[in-house]
Each structure stands twice: as C-alpha cells, then as structure tokens.
Design a protein around this ligand. Structure first.
Ligand code: DI6
Ligand code: FE
Length: 405
C-alpha cells in the first residue's frame, strides 16, 4: 500500500468506544492510520502494521482521540426565538399552557414561515458552528416549524444546504406532525391527511427525508394519527422515530417499536411494556437532558429499566428554541450524568456509537474502528470522563472530518 494521502496519527490515546470489556475501549498508547477519508488502522501503536509505518506521521501530543460527536436529535433550523416564552415560564406559565394558548411551538412556526430559506440557513449556521466547535461530525435536523407543504420543504432544504456550507454531515428528519397548524385547529385528522397525501410524498420525492418523526402527545398527535404517518413512511421505505412519553404516557414508544423505529426520544414517562417493546425491536432510547432541565421536569426517564433490558441509549441536545435552547453537545453529556445519573462512559457512548445507531449510521460511524469514516475528535484531557465532568469548557484541540483536519 502506498501512502498517497494516507497518514498516521500517533502519540495519542484512543477512546475507541467499541463495546467490549475495556471502559471506553481505552488504549493508552494508540495510533490511527487514515487513508482516503477512512480509518484503516485503530489500535495500540506497537501493533501498527508495518505497511503503515513509513506513512507520514503526526504526533498527537498525548491528546485523547474519540469518535467525532453525533447529535441524533436537534431542531436547529428555525426562525425567531422564544426568550419571551422563557420569561413567561419564569412568571409561572407551564410549557403546556403556553402551547395551548397558541404560543410555544406555534410561535416558532409563525417566525419560521416568515423566514426565507436563506434566512433559515443564515440563522442556523452559527448554531451548527457551535456543535462543530465541540467536535461534532454529524447532526440530525428536524423540520416541524413550517407545517405547510412549502414551509416544511423550505426547512428541509435549508437543513440540506447546511451540510454543503460546512464540513459536517446533516441527517434530515421530516417532522410535519410536530404541532397542529392554526389552519387545522379543529381538524387535526385533516392535517394528517395532508401530511400523508402531499407533504411527505413531495418531500421524499425531492430527496429531503432521511427519516420521519412525530410528536405523540396530548398537546400534539394521538397514537392513531402517528400510526397513519408511520404507515405512509413505511410505504415509502423511510425509517421512523418518535417524540414519545415526554409529558405523559400514551404508549408512543411501543407504537414506534412496532414500526421498528430507529429511536424513541424523551421517554420520561416510559413504562415497562414500552421498554420491553423497544428492547425487542432494537429501538434506541434517546434521552434529552436539555429539555428535562429547561422544563424543570421531575419525572426521570427509567434509566435502570432501559439498562436492564439492554436498550441502547443515546444522548442528544434536542437543540430547539423552546424546550431546549442548548447548543453544546458537551453540556448534554454533563447534564445526562448530573440529572439522569448516567455514567460518563454511557453519555460519551450516547453521543458517539449510540447516536450513530439512532441515525442508522453505525456501520460507518460512531466508533474508532478500521473501515469506518475518519470522523475524529482530539481532546486536551487526561481521561474521557472529563468530557462529561466539566461544563462551560471546551477542550477540543482538533476535529478531523472524513480524514481532513
Ligand atoms: N418536543 C420537544 O422537546 C421539542 N419538540 C417536541 O416535540 C420542542 C419544540 C419546541 O418547543 O419548539
Ligand atoms: Fe425534540
């Protein structure tokens, strides 16, 4: 093998995040060989195959290498902000009261409809940059603040454009079933018809939809309505996921699992049958400590039940203007430890390997293993637990995306 553009990174420690007996898949004296955007070797330096030893070698100064972070649940494309709603909540109004009074998600819908596609891209870029600055290599972005054919397509096109503007992978999710639009106030089934007959097929035709999501909740859509959206997605061959059991238990997680969903997200009100259904279907539990924190939720997601059942657990920011105005994946790790009592290892896995799994990208990303994309974060820390331990501090030294620094 010639070196061409290939190179070796040595004098680094590796948190490969490969599941196994060593915590974090930690390798104290490691090396990575990277060629053509891929990892071709990941392991102990002393075992670096001789065919790589004459490749150009960069010294990592004992930095810790992890997979680049993967945030599998964000709503970072939107117009306006909700600082006024933040004030109202501090004056005593609840998230649900604000939503029922036409505020909440619907106020972001108004601002998003008023924005052009360019406006949305421009507003989202600094948000995305804040993720990239903390080592993100992939983020999921949902629609769901347009709620008309044109405005949902506009959001998804804006999300796609972001990945052309920056070296980062953007995975798009169609979330038209996020809130009942004012035009369908007393006819939510009519809105589901529109989604199934026009919005989703059109968005899919334009190649804008990597997955389909819905908000299953008393203030949003019923399980029966969600099932209709999922059936349409199924017919089009698009994977599904669900905002489930965030504010109450409607059996959304079990419904999603019945459709072999990639993930069920939030899950504070998840019950034992829901856990069992997820375990059986291999549906990832995506926990969102930023929303838990912002809404001052007191009901904890059933972490031990999920662990006992072997349900994979991902962590994400839920970056959105209402329930989680959080632009820091590292802060999500810290919050998941402090608020949910997850271990630092679980949270780092939750934003690497399990985040990749929740996006259906695990074959290609999420761990440092030969064959996977070379999306790597290098950190100035002694131990991987430090990534979750500090907050408001960013130890990223360097991000490698597709083999390029
Ligand atoms: N649950 C959430 O946490 C976000 N969407 C959802 O269904 C919140 C969206 C928002 O408040 O704007
Ligand atoms: Fe969300």
């Amino acid at each position: 093998m010639t070196s061409e553009g290939g190179f070796v990174l040595s004098d680094i420690r590796l948190a490969t995040m490969v599941k196994g007996d060593k915590p974090y898949g930690l390798i104290e004296d490691g090396a990575l060989a990277i060629d053509d955007g891929r990892i071709v070797y990941s392991g102990p330096r002393e075992r670096l195959p001789t065919r790589f030893t004459d490749w150009p070698t960069e010294k990592g100064g004992r930095a810790l290498a992890t997979p680049a972070l993967i945030d599998c649940h964000t709503h970072m494309v939107y117009g306006g902000d909700r600082a006024r709603e933040f004030e109202l909540r501090l004056e005593g109004a609840s998230y649900e009261e604000i939503a029922k009074a036409g505020g909440g998600i619907l106020s972001t819908v108004t601002a998003t409809r008023a924005a052009s596609e360019d406006d949305l891209v421009e507003a989202a870029l600094p948000r995305l940059d804040s993720f990239i600055d903390e080592g993100a290599g992939a983020v999921e972005i949902k629609s769901g603040y347009g709620l008309t054919v044109a405005d949902e397509l506009k959001m998804l096109r804006a999300a796609r454009r972001l990945s052309a503007e920056r070296d980062v992978t953007v995975v798009t999710t169609f979330l038209a079933a996020h809130a009942i639009p004012p035009e369908f106030k007393d006819n939510s089934d009519g809105y589901i018809d529109l989604i199934c007959q026009e919005m989703l097929p059109q968005a899919h035709d334009e190649g804008l939809v990597d997955a389909v999501d819905a908000f299953c909740e008393n203030i949003a859509f019923s399980p029966v309505q969600v099932a209709r959206v999922f059936e349409t997605a199924d017919d089009l061959g698009i994977p599904v996921k669900l905002h489930a059991e965030q504010l109450s238990n409607l059996g959304g997680a079990a419904l999603a699992a019945g459709f072999k969903a990639l993930s069920a997200d939030h899950l504070e009100y998840l019950d034992a049958p829901g856990i069992e259904a997820m375990a059986e279907a291999g549906t990832v539990a995506v926990l969102l400590p930023g929303a838990f924190y912002t809404l001052r939720e007191t009901k904890l997601p059933p972490l031990q039940g999920l662990r006992d059942a072997g349900v994979p657990i991902a962590i994400a920011t839920d970056c959105n203007p209402g329930s989680s105005p959080m632009f820091s994946p590292l802060l999500a790790l810290n919050m998941a430890c402090t608020l949910f009592r997850m271990t630092p290892e679980e949270t780092l896995a939750g934003m690497t390997r399990e985040g990749a799994r929740a996006l259906g990208l695990l074959k290609d990303r999420g761990t440092l293993e030969a064959g996977k994309r070379a999306d790597i974060a290098l950190w100035d820390v002694q131990h991987p637990a430090e990534l979750a331990y500090r907050f408001g501090y960013n130890p990223l030294i360097r991000r490698i995306y597709g083999g390029e620094a």
